[in-house]
Design a binder for this molecule. Structure first.
Ligand SMILES: C[S@@+](CC[C@H](N)C(=O)[O-])C[C@H]1O[C@@H](n2cnc3c(N)ncnc32)[C@H](O)[C@@H]1O
Length: 250
C-alpha cells in the first residue's frame, strides 16, 4: 500500500468511527454536551490528559466562542484527529488546516478545508492566506515545532488573526534540548534562538527578538499583542503551550 493510500484509509476509518459515535449517541447534540477534555474518548490526540494535557487549558479559552461562527486554523494535520475534534466542538465554525504533506483528498467530505503549505516558507503562508481568506479567530500551530517553523509562522501569520483573536504555539517545550533531544527542532548550541526565550523576553521587555523574523513582523507583534500566557503542564514531559492574545483594536 502506498503512503497516500494508507493515509487515506486511516482517515476514512477515523471518519467512520466519528460517524459511528455520532449515530450511537444522538449526533451533534451529544458532542455539544461534552467539554473539550471529554472529546478525548473520540479524538485521542496528544493534546489529551495522558500526553500534553493542553485541552484543560483550551476549554475555558474556547468555551465562550463555542457556538460562534468562528474561523479556526490549525497548522499540522497528520491523521486529522484534532481538526475533526474542532469541527465537532465548534459546530458553527469554519475549520482550516495546512500541512507540508497533501491531505486535500483525504479530508474531502470531512468539513475541514486543507491546503498544502510549508509553515517555514513565507510564500506558502501568503498563498494560503490569500486562498483561505485569512481573518482567523484562532490560529493554532501544531506543525513541525522547530524554532524557525514556529517563529516564521508567528511572524507571518499574526496579521491573519482577527482583533481580539488568539494565536497558540503548541509544544514550546521543543525549545528545551535537555528534555527533547531532537536536532530537527533546530535549537542552536547556545540555545539563543529558542521560541521559549523569545516569548520570555517579550513578557519581560515587550520586545520581540527573533533571528527568523523580518523587522516589520517583530514590530507588528510588539504593537498588536495584548498579552501572552505560557502554560507549563505538570507532567514528566514538561509540556508547554503558549497562548498569545491579540489586541481588540487595530
Ligand atoms: C504533531 S502532527 C499534527 C497533529 C494534529 N494536529 C493532531 O493533534 O492530531 C505534526 C504535523 O505537522 C506537519 N508538519 C511538519 N513540518 C511542517 C511544516 N514545515 N509545514 C507544515 N506542516 C508541517 C507534519 O507533516 C505533521 O502532519
Amino acid at each position: 500500500m502506498t503512503m497516500k493510500a494508507f493515509l487515506f484509509t486511516a482517515f476514512v476509518l477515523i471518519q467512520a468511527s466519528v460517524s459511528f459515535a455520532q449515530d450511537s449517541t444522538g449526533t451533534t447534540e451529544w458532542f455539544r454536551s461534552k467539554s473539550l477534555p471529554e472529546f478525548c474518548d473520540t479524538f485521542p490526540t496528544d493534546k489529551c490528559a495522558d500526553r500534553h494535557n493542553f485541552l484543560e487549558i483550551y476549554e475555558p479559552l474556547f468555551e465562550p466562542m463555542r457556538d460562534d461562527s468562528i474561523r479556526f486554523f490549525e497548522i499540522g494535520i497528520l491523521s486529522g484527529l484534532s481538526h475533526l475534534m474542532w469541527v465537532n466542538y465548534f459546530q458553527n465554525a469554519e475549520v482550516f488546516g495546512i500541512d507540508i504533506r497533501d491531505y486535500i483528498e483525504a479530508a474531502e467530505g470531512s468539513g475541514i478545508k486543507t491546503y498544502v503549505a510549508d509553515q517555514s516558507n513565507r510564500q506558502d503562508l501568503y498563498a494560503f492566506m490569500r486562498a483561505s481568506g485569512a481573518n482567523f479567530d484562532v490560529v493554532l500551530d501544531d506543525g513541525g515545532h522547530a524554532m524557525d517553523h514556529q517563529q516564521i509562522s508567528l511572524g507571518c501569520l499574526f496579521q491573519s488573526v482577527n482583533p481580539g483573536g488568539i494565536f497558540i504555539i503548541e509544544d514550546v517545550h521543543t525549545s528545551l534540548p535537555q528534555i527533547y533531544q531532537d536536532s530537527s527542532f533546530h535549537v542552536n548550541e547556545l540555545e539563543t534562538n529558542t521560541t521559549l526565550l523569545m516569548i520570555e523576553t517579550f513578557i519581560r521587555t515587550g520586545e520581540i527578538s527573533s533571528e527568523y523574523m523580518l523587522d516589520v513582523e517583530a514590530e507588528y507583534l510588539e504593537q498588536h499583542i495584548e498579552r501572552v500566557e505560557l502554560h507549563y503542564r505538570r507532567n514528566d514531559r514538561h509540556s508547554i503551550t503558549c497562548v498569545i492574545h491579540k489586541k481588540e483594536g487595530n
